[in-house]
Ligand binder design. Structure first.
Ligand code: ATP
Ligand code: MG
Length: 646
C-alpha cells in the first residue's frame, strides 16, 4: 500500500472530543472518525488492525474446534420475551436499540446473541450425540450505552467476537470453559497485550462462574483488586475481602437492647455524627432507604444496613434483590435511593402514594417498622389489589410465557438486608427512627425486626484478603477486553432447549458464552502501547509491519530504491507501506511515528551507496545497513507464521 492512496489525514493537535491518549491518537493518526455519540467509522488503517485481530481470534477459536457462523442482528422481540430479558434490555437499563417493523412487530438490534443461539439450539440439537458444540461469530453489536465514551472503548456500535457452547453435562461445559480460558490467554498474548484474568460478576447475562480479561491501563473503567501474592484477582463489582476490624464502643456503652436515646439534632450523616460525639464510623450502623423497580410492576422498598465505615456495592445489592424477587416479579429494572423526589415521581407517574413524612430520613434504624409504608389515609392512587394480579405468575410459568404487563404497585413491607460487617457488631449506634435522635449501644438482639445477612460491601484496596489475611488487596485499573461465562441452564430452561441424554431422558442443555471486544481491544492495545510521538503497535496487529520512507521525494535514486525495497518486502510476504508522498522527510517521519508502524526503513543520502537506515518504533534504535542486510534483518524480525494481510 502507498501512503498517497491511503486517504491519510493526520492531525497535529489533540481533538477536543477525546479525553484519553488512545482515543486522541486513533483520531490524530487517521484510524477512526466520529459520526455521532458512540458511532465511529473504522478507516482503512484501523480496518487492517481489526482484521489482524480477527484473524488471530479465528485461528485460536478454530484450534479449539469451535465453528464460525454469522447470526442475525435483527432479533424478534418474542425470543427475548421467552428468555425474560426483553423488559430489562428495553425498559430497564434500556441498552437494546429496539424498533417496530412495518407490520408493527417489535425487533431488537442484537446487543448479544444468547437468545438467537438458544432458539437455534432448541431447533437443531436433539441428542447427546450432537454435543458438545461451540459456535462463534465476529460481527457488529449494538448497545445504546448510557455513557458512550472514549472512542472505541464504549461504542454504541462495536465489533465483538461472541461464542456460545452447548453441552450434555456440566463437566463438559467446564472443559470448554477451560479451553476458552486458555485460548483467550493465547489470543491476548499474541495481540501483544498485558492482561489479567479476574473473577467477575455475571451481570445481566446471568449464570454462575465468570471471568473477565482486563488490559491493565490507567484509563480503564474497571477497578481490579489483586492480592499481593497474585493468587486472587477480582473486579471490584465482585471482589470479597475482610473489612478492617471495627472499634468496639467504650465499655459503659456496651449496653444490650435497643440502646439509649441520644439527641443528635441536625446530625444526619456518618461524618456529622462521628464529629459531634467522637464516634469511630465503624461503631455506627448506617441504614439506606432504597426502592427497587421490577418488570411486573412491583415497587419494593429496601432497608439496607452497612457498617458506618463501609460502602455499598451496588452490583452485589442488585444481585441479592434480584435473587429474592425476580422469580416472582420479573426482571429488576433498577434500584434508586428513596428520596422525596422519587416519592413525588411515584405519585405523579405511577399513582403510588407513599408518605415520606412518616419516615425520619437521616435517623433511620434497622428496625424501622413496615407501618411507615402504609397507604396514606387519603389516597388518590390505584387500587393495589387490582395491580397485584400480575405478580402471581410463578417462576416456572414465567419461563414459557412473558409476564403480563402489570400496573405498578408498592410493597407495603421492606426487604431488609444487612452486610455481615454490620450484623457482627455487638453494640452500635444507629438511628432511633425519630427525628433528631439516635440510639447508643443498640444490639441486634434488642431489635424487633431482623434483616437477612448478605455480602453487600464494596471491597477496598488495602483490605485484607479472605484466602490469606496476611495479604492485602491492591487496586489497578483495567479495560475489559474479554469475558467468559458458564451460563448453566438459564437460557435453555427458559427457551426449552432440550436434548435426549444417553439414558433416553429429556433434559435442558448446558451452556457457556464467551465474548471478546475486538474493536475495544484494538484501542486498548494503543492505550497500553504509545508514547509522546504516537502509537507503538505490537507487531502482530499493526496495520503495516514496515514503512519504507524516502527522505527526499526529489531524489530519483532514493525514490527508485525505496520503490524496489517496498516491492521486495511485499514479495517476501511482509506487510509494507510506502510513503511515496512529496513531503519533507520530517513530516513523513512524524507521521510514521504517529501511525505507529513497528519498523521504518529510511532511504536517504546513503541510497547511492546502497545504504539504508532501519529504525525500531518501540526502542528507537537506528541501524545503518546495506540494502541486503536490511531486508534480511526484517525477514528475521518478522516471523513468517503470522496473520499477515498485504
Ligand atoms: P462492560 O462491563 O464494559 O459494559 P459488558 O460486560 O457489557 O462490558 P459483555 O456483554 O461481556 O460486556 O461483552 C463482551 C465484550 O464486548 C466485553 O468484554 C467488551 O470487551 C466488549 N464490549 C462490551 N460493551 C462494549 C461497548 N459498548 N463498546 C465496545 N466494546 C464493548
Ligand atoms: Mg462483562
Amino acid at each position: 500500500m502507498r501512503v498517497s492512496c491511503l486517504m491519510l489525514v493526520t492531525l497535529r493537535d489533540d481533538p477536543a472530543e477525546a479525553e484519553i491518549p488512545s482515543h486522541k491518537l486513533l483520531i490524530r493518526a487517521g484510524y477512526i472518525r466520529r459520526l455521532g455519540p458512540g458511532i465511529y467509522a473504522y478507516l482503512p488503517l484501523l480496518w487492517r488492525v481489526l482484521q489482524k485481530i480477527s484473524a488471530i481470534v479465528r485461528q485460536e477459536m478454530d484450534a479449539t474446534g469451535a465453528l464460525e457462523t454469522l447470526l442475525p442482528q435483527l432479533q424478534p422481540a418474542d425470543l427475548w420475551q421467552r428468555s425474560g430479558r426483553w423488559a430489562g434490555y428495553t425498559a430497564g437499563e434500556g441498552i437494546m436499540f429496539h424498533l417496530r417493523d412495518r407490520h408493527g412487530r417489535e425487533l431488537g438490534l442484537g446487543p448479544t446473541h444468547e437468545e438467537v443461539i438458544t432458539a437455534l439450539a432448541a431447533d437443531l440439537l436433539r441428542s447427546y450425540r450432537q454435543l458438545s458444540v461451540n459456535l462463534y461469530q465476529i460481527q457488529t453489536k449494538f448497545r445504546d450505552e448510557i455513557r458512550p465514551r472514549f472512542g472505541l472503548m464504549r461504542g454504541r456500535e462495536f465489533i465483538m467476537k461472541d461464542a456460545y457452547s452447548f453441552h450434555a453435562n456440566e463437566g463438559s461445559l467446564r472443559k470448554t470453559y477451560a479451553a476458552m480460558d486458555s485460548a483467550y490467554r493465547r489470543i491476548f498474548r499474541r495481540c501483544g497485550l498485558r492482561t489479567v484474568a479476574v473473577e467477575a460478576d455475571s451481570g445481566a447475562i446471568g449464570g454462575s462462574a465468570s471471568q473477565e480479561f482486563m488490559v491493565t491501563a490507567d484509563a480503564g473503567e474497571d477497578l481490579i483488586l489483586t492480592s499481593s501474592d497474585g493468587s486472587y484477582a477480582a473486579n471490584q463489582e465482585r471482589a470479597v475481602s475482610l473489612a478492617p476490624e471495627a472499634i468496639a464502643l467504650p465499655g459503659g456503652l456496651r449496653a444490650a437492647g435497643a440502646g439509649e436515646l441520644l439527641a443528635t439534632p441536625g446530625q444526619t450523616t456518618i461524618e456529622q455524627l462521628s464529629a459531634a460525639h467522637g464516634f469511630d464510623p465503624s461503631q455506627l450502623v448506617k441504614v439506606l432507604l432504597l426502592l427497587a423497580r421490577f418488570e411486573a410492576g412491583l415497587r419494593q422498598p429496601l432497608l439496607v444496613c452497612l457498617r458506618g465505615d463501609q460502602q455499598l456495592n451496588a452490583v452485589k445489592l442488585a444481585n441479592a434483590v434480584s435473587a429474592r424477587l425476580a422469580p416472582q416479579h420479573g426482571v429488576l429494572l433498577g434500584i434508586e435511593p428513596l428520596s422525596r423526589e422519587l416519592a413525588s415521581e411515584l405519585a405523579s407517574k405511577e399513582g403510588l402514594q407513599l408518605d415520606l413524612d412518616a419516615i425520619p430520613l437521616g435517623y433511620l434504624g434497622p428496625d424501622l417498622e413496615d407501618a411507615v409504608l402504609a397507604q396514606p389515609k387519603i389516597s388518590l392512587g390505584l387500587d393495589p389489589s387490582a395491580a397485584s394480579s400480575g405478580t402471581a405468575t410463578g417462576g416456572a410459568a414465567r419461563a414459557a410465557a412473558p409476564l403480563p404487563a402489570a400496573a405498578p404497585h408498592l410493597a407495603r413491607s421492606f426487604l431488609r438486608l444487612t452486610d455481615p460487617t454490620a450484623a457482627e457488631l455487638a453494640a452500635f449506634v444507629a438511628g432511633a427512627n425519630k427525628l433528631d435522635q439516635h440510639r447508643l449501644g443498640a444490639s441486634w438482639k434488642g431489635l424487633k425486626l431482623q434483616p437477612e445477612i448478605v455480602d453487600l460491601r464494596a471491597a477496598q484496596p488495602g483490605d485484607r484478603c479472605q484466602h490469606d489475611p496476611s495479604q492485602t488487596l491492591a487496586a489497578a485499573r483495567g479495560i475489559e477486553v474479554g469475558h467468559i461465562f458458564q451460563l448453566g441452564r438459564k437460557y435453555s430452561e427458559a427457551m426449552q432447549a432440550r436434548f435426549t441424554n444417553e439414558a433416553g431422558a429429556e433434559e435442558s442443555l448446558w451452556m457457556g458464552c464467551y465474548g471478546i471486544g475486538v474493536s475495544r481491544l484494538a484501542q486498548a492495545a494503543v492505550e497500553q502501547n504509545h508514547d509522546a510521538d504516537g502509537i507503538r503497535w505490537p507487531l502482530a496487529i499493526a496495520p503495516f509491519e514496515v514503512i519504507v520512507v524516502s527522505a527526499s521525494a526529489q531524489d530519483p535514486i532514493q525514490v527508485q530504491l525505496a520503490e524496489q525495497l517496498y516491492q521486495r518486502l511485499r514479495d517476501a510476504g511482509i506487510d509494507a507501506l510506502l510513503d511515496d508522498r512529496d513531503e519533507r522527510a520530517g513530516v513523513k517521519f512524524k507521521d510514521a511515528d504517529l501511525i505507529g508502524i513497528p519498523w521504518r526503513l529510511v532511504v536517504g543520502r546513503g541510497a547511492a551507496q546502497g545504504q539504508v537506515e532501519l529504525v525500531g518504533r518501540s526502542d528507537r534504535q537506528r541501524r545503518d545497513l546495506a540494502v541486503e542486510a536490511a531486508v534480511a534483518a526484517l525477514l528475521d524480525l518478522i516471523p513468517p507464521a503470522r496473520c499477515g494481510l498485504q
